[in-house]
Design a protein around this ligand. Structure first.
Ligand SMILES: [Zn+2]
Ligand SMILES: [Zn+2]
Length: 366
């Protein structure tokens, strides 16, 4: 048991939708039946926060942010209080929160994919339709928790909550191994995670493409990609030249942008995938141009869509991260205290960074 006297009020950040973050005081919530109160340790910022909420409240349905909600859907922390009826987790446990709380009884929830829960009434994502991790404390449902083992830091855990889990799922769908050259288009935090996980899965060669020089530099400096290419019209020929004229066996499309360059990157990923190759689409927003006969049919390609992951696969990933000695927090380039959340979101919106995190306690010092 942790004997902590809880304050009545806490600090929290919301996103009004005008390219700022608002710092406010909120009451510290009390956990009800099957709920836990988590002392936040790390809350990372996602591309979707910028795309759908930060500049303007653009998202609809599952991506519809309810104004006034505490932001942050990539939370990790320590349970400091459990409500009645909790079955597995206890005070003191280190946890990651699967970032969507589902109804628990629809087909998608029963598969563990609460991301696509079909209940309009009960599906609520942390940081979107219910309060998220950009606060001193977070109220979560026990069923949404994944145990965070000691070799991983809270910052590692926050990175699993959305980014690494999403990538792991996509890579499992296309199956990446030592037989494969892998192309990653879009080297934001998700693309960098795709490169890092492909490396651990044994990929023979990893090629990354992005338009932003800072991202290319991070991919190269951290040794995540063997080759990096600046986005441009010659990319397909470049990738073929790097793969014996064939193209890559596996492509992971991670560009999260509505601009024309995302459309171009998707076409590049598809066309630079070799005959019988597989591609997975993870990056959201924007469009895609494809001519079925030459781009897909005649080359016998497989194209997967992949949305986040299931909670059991997130547990599996956490276990493998420990075996692989892979620390997702290595992709965090900037850490901010909660009071400076506005600076954190502004930096993430600029794209001139790796992953950006709001941190608390020991995670702020590391
Ligand atoms: Zn996310
Ligand atoms: Zn459901």
């Amino acid at each position: 048991m942790l004997s902590i006297t809880l304050p009545e009020e806490m600090t929290a950040a919301t996103l009004p939708g005008d390219s700022t973050a608002r710092i406010e005081a909120r009451r510290v919530p009390q956990p009800g039946h099957g709920e836990v109160l988590i002392r936040m340790k790390c809350s990372t910022i996602c591309g979707s926060d910028i795309r759908c909420i930060y500049h303007e409240h653009l998202g609809k349905g599952p991506e519809g942010y309810q104004p006034g909600m505490i932001a942050g859907h990539e939370p990790a922390g320590q349970i400091i209080k459990t409500g009645p009826g909790c079955r597995r987790f206890r005070e003191g446990d280190r946890v990651i929160v699967y970032h969507i709380s589902g109804c628990g009884v629809c087909n998608d929830c029963r598969r563990g994919y609460m991301i696509s829960c079909t209940s309009e009434k009960f599906r609520r994502a942390y940081g979107w339709q219910r309060d998220g991790g950009m606060a001193d404390y977070l109220l979560a449902e026990e069923k949404d928790l994944v145990h965070l083992p000691a070799p991983l830091s809270y910052a590692d855990g926050a990175q699993v909550a959305c980014g690494f889990g999403t990538v792991y799922e996509g890579l499992e769908k296309i199956g990446v191994s030592g037989n494969h050259a892998v192309l990653v288009t879009g080297l934001g935090p998700v693309g960098l995670a795709a490169a890092a996980l492909s490396r651990k899965l044994g990929a023979r060669k990893i090629i990354g493409i992005d338009i932003i020089d800072e991202r290319l530099k991070i991919a190269r400096d951290l040794g995540l990609c063997d080759e990096v290419l600046r986005s441009g019209p010659g990319n397909i020929a470049d990738v073929r030249a790097l793969t014996g004229g064939h193209g890559v066996e596996r492509a992971v499309e991670c560009s999260a942008n509505a601009a024309a360059r995302a459309t171009a990157l998707r076409a590049t990923a598809l066309r630079a995938t070799r005959k019988w190759g597989r591609m997975v689409m993870i990056g959201e927003g924007g469009g895609m141009e494809m001519t079925p006969s030459p781009d897909m049919i005649h080359d016998q390609k497989t194209l997967h869509g992949s949305w986040v992951t299931s909670i059991w696969k997130m547990e599996e990933l956490v276990e493998r991260l420990v075996h692989w000695n892979l620390h997702p927090a290595d992709l965090i380039t900037h850490r901010f205290p909660l009071e400076k959340a506005g600076d954190a979101y502004a930096l993430m919106a600029s794209g001139r960074c790796g992953k950006v995190a709001v941190c608390f306690d020991e995670e702020l010092k590391s």
